[in-house]
Write a protein that binds this ligand. Structure first.
Ligand SMILES: Cc1cc2nc3c(=O)[nH]c(=O)nc-3n(C[C@H](O)[C@H](O)[C@H](O)COP(=O)(O)O)c2cc1C
Length: 210
């Protein structure tokens, strides 16, 4: 550890220009979540407090900081889709985060096309090359270390169907960089794009190829 470290306790403030927390825990993949309200209105919004948590069954999750429309929709219907945010979709992804009333369809707002899903009633983003159809498995209200309730809900869902644009498959292997995924950094505006030159390989001890 550096002897010249900036130390702070988050409860007392970070003392910097921007909160470094999400710049440190970053870049984060983006949970671009489509959902449908009980009354049928479609919704689309990005969530970068997002990740994958299990293989079998595959489970993904995102955190709604505050009770937002996506959370309410999933509480109502139990379904959602995840869509891969790519460099060419950066602008519409960003537009879909607009704080608009629940009756506004962010697909229309961002000029995106809803594509029907197969197993759930929530459409995918047709322009996105990869989508997961998901069924909600748990909604967990987060607590502080002392047990006080926060205003944040972790939404977890089982991935029940996967759509992958075939051009992202090379000899049967999914090529992560080929889609140019974008990830969220810190500060008010930082993003990262994954390009092939970011790749390096390291096998687990004992699992090196012969
Ligand atoms: C890249 C990006 C990541 C975001 N990540 C989150 C997040 O993890 N949690 C959250 O509550 N809001 C996040 N937001 C803000 C929401 O997208 C925004 O509040 C949106 O209006 C919520 O939409 P909804 O009410 O339709 O669900 C993010 C915004 C952007 C642009």
């Amino acid at each position: 550890m550096s002897t010249d470290a900036h130390f702070y306790e988050p409860k007392d403030g970070h003392g910097l220009v921007h909160d470094p927390f999400n710049a440190i825990v970053g870049p984060r993949p983006i949970g671009w979540i489509s959902s449908r309200a009980g009354n049928g209105v479609l919704n689309l919004a990005p969530y970068s407090f997002f990740n994958a948590f299990n293989y079998t069954p595959p489970i993904i999750g995102f955190a709604s900081v505050g009770a937002k429309d996506t959370l309410r929709n999933i509480q109502e219907t139990g379904e959602f889709c995840w869509n891969l945010a790519t460099k060419n979709l950066a602008a519409p992804m960003n537009q879909s985060c607009a704080a608009v009333p629940p009756d506004v369809n962010e697909f229309e707002l961002a000029g995106l096309t809803p594509a029907p899903s197969r197993l759930v009633q929530v459409p995918r983003v047709a322009e996105s090359p990869v989508s997961f159809e998901c069924r909600m498995s748990q909604i967990v209200r987060l607590q502080s270390a002392t047990g006080s309730e926060t205003n944040t809900w972790l939404v977890l869902g089982e991935v029940v169907a996967v759509h992958i644009a075939r051009q992202l498959l090379r000899d049967g292997v999914y090529d992560t960089a080929a889609a140019s995924p974008i990830l969220r950094g810190g500060g008010p505006a930082d993003y990262f794009e994954i390009k092939p030159d970011a790749l390096f390989r390291m096998y687990r001890p004992g699992q090196e190829p012969a």
